[in-house]
Every structure is written in C-alpha cells, then in structure tokens.
Design a protein around this ligand. Structure first.
Ligand SMILES: NC(=O)c1ccc[n+]([C@@H]2O[C@H](COP(=O)([O-])OP(=O)(O)OC[C@H]3O[C@@H](n4cnc5c(N)ncnc54)[C@H](O)[C@@H]3O)[C@@H](O)[C@H]2O)c1
Length: 254
C-alpha cells in the first residue's frame, strides 16, 4: 500500500484526490499540506500549513503536488530533505523552478506532467503523428479552454502539445500567442495558440490542422477533474520507491 502526502490538499484538485483515494486499495492518504489550513478543522487525516511543519517521523512514500507555482520551490527542498519522490502536477512553473526540478531529480524521482489525463497523452501522440504527415501543407492551431479561476495562459498542456508538434516538425514552428498585436498574413511556419477562460470548463484542447479544402480537428474534453486525479494516483503508485531521475507519462505507459 503506497502512502501519499498531498500538497494543496484543500484545493479543487486536492479534494478530488481525497474523494478518489478513499475507493482505492493500492494507495492511501497519509497526510496533507495546505497554506489555507486554518489549524482547527478536522479532515480525518493530519494537515499542515507548510512543509516545514511536517514532523520528521511522518510516514509517507510519495508526494503529489497540486498547489501553486510559488509553493513548488519549498516543496522540492522538502522532498530532497526527506528523500521522497514527487508527482509534480502544478503548472505555470517559473524558469528558476524548472532548473531546481532538474537539480532535485539528481537526488529524488520527479514525475512531471502538465496534464495527468491518459486521453491527453494519446491526443499528444496523435497530433505528433498527424504533423509528420500533413504539417508541411496544413496550418496548425491549438485552442484551449479552461475555467475562470485558472491563473496561467496558455495552459501547460497546450504548450506540451505545441512542443510535440514542433518536435515532429523538426523545430521549425514559431509559437504565436498574440495575433491582435500583429497585422500580417499568417506565415506557414506559425503555430497559433489561443486561450479561452470562462465558467466551470474543466479543460478542453483542440488541435486544428487547416488545409486548402479540408480541416482535421483532434479534440479532447476533460469532463471531470477526476481524470487528472486518477492519473496522479497511478503516477504516485508508479513512483513510490523509484530511483532519482526525471519521469513523465511516457514512463508510465512503457
Ligand atoms: N497536471 C495536471 O493534470 C493538472 C490538472 C489540474 C490542475 N493542475 C494544476 O494544479 C494546480 C492546482 O490546481 P487547483 O485547481 O487544485 O487549484 P486551487 O487553487 O483550487 O488549489 C490550490 C491549493 O493549493 C494551496 N496552496 C497555495 N499555496 C500553497 C503553499 N505555498 N503551500 C501549500 N499549499 C498551497 C491553496 O491553499 C489551495 O488549497 C494549478 O497549478 C493547476 O494548473 C494540473
């Protein structure tokens, strides 16, 4: 049984994880961390406000993080100190934090994916494959839609799809986020990335291949946050006891 610590346990994704984990028999919740913990409420598991408050003898195998980009540096320090692997799901990480991830992955296992859904993993594979066939002739655009509380734009997933497309096109694509600021015809090598924010949309990603007389669209719509929570729990079971290094969805599906 894998014992997990959840960072951001009182947030939207934290709550989804807590709900889902109770029905699992290969993983259980050992404790949580959340900056919003008021110190008095009881959740049926220990909660701390910061990594520094977690007792030295706390018993857990792996950390899942769904918090805030500003929370990640302290969490990585904590994970290295306690020698525990991390499933890092928070998006919008700064350049410095990404470097810190690289350094930390020399000492602990770090699984990172901008999107923990299995469907998105397949979408990325299909989009790369399509780009190899028609990328030279078709214009490619990505449109992503998310709820009105999302902080970063474009989504980490849209950027990950863009990187897959670019890799398939031998790095020829130029990412364009701000068409309103340029008054020019679309260049063949542009990859437009557009963001929509509103309501309660869990997360939609469309990859559009627009040709001269035909259009192909690959679409993924996450209908519940449970898809991300489920992927994160699978990754946590996979990561428990793994050696230092960088891991991603590719490793989970090998
Ligand atoms: N990789 C994926 O598949 C995936 C899926 C969904 C969300 N996300 C990302 O996960 C993150 C969280 O998403 P959410 O919808 O749960 O957000 P949320 O705002 O609902 O929850 C975040 C939680 O983190 C807590 N927090 C903030 N700063 C903290 C700190 N310093 N230490 C500890 N806890 C802290 C907040 O109090 C809050 O409870 C975002 O970056 C989001 O983009 C990733």
């Amino acid at each position: 049984m894998t014992k997990v610590l959840i960072n951001g346990v009182l947030g939207t994704m934290g709550e989804a994880l807590v709900r889902l984990i109770s029905g699992k028999d290969d993983i259980c919740l050992a404790l949580g961390i959340d900056a919003a913990y008021d110190g008095s409420s009881s959740y049926g598991f220990p909660v701390y406000r910061s990594p520094g408050e977690v007792p030295a003898d706390a018993d857990f195998d792996v950390i899942i993080d769904f918090s805030h980009f500003s929370a990640v540096p302290a969490l990585l320090d904590f994970a290295v100190l306690r020698n525990k692997p991390v499933v890092l799901c928070t998006t919008g990480l700064k350049e410095d934090t990404l470097k810190q991830c690289d350094e930390a992955s020399k000492k602990i296992g770090i699984f990172r994916s901008a999107n923990m859904s299995v469907g998105i993993y397949v979408l990325r594979k299909l989009a790369s494959e399509a780009a190899k066939y028609i990328g030279d002739d078709f214009d490619i655009e990505i449109v992503e839609r998310h709820h009105n509380r999302k902080l970063d734009a474009p989504s980490g997933t849209a950027l990950a799809i863009a990187d897959n497309l670019n890799e398939a096109m031998d790095g020829q694509l130029e990412y364009v986020y701000d068409r309103h600021s340029r008054l020019a015809r679309r260049d063949k090598k542009e990859l437009g990335i557009s963001s929509v924010r509103g309501g309660n949309i869990v997360g939609d990603h469309d990859v559009i291949f627009a040709g001269r007389n035909e259009v192909i669209e690959l679409s993924h719509s996450a209908q519940s946050r449970e898809v991300f929570a489920d992927g994160a729990l699978k990754a946590a079971v996979f990561m428990a006891g793994r050696p230092a290094g960088k891991y991603d969805m590719e490793d989970l599906f090998k």
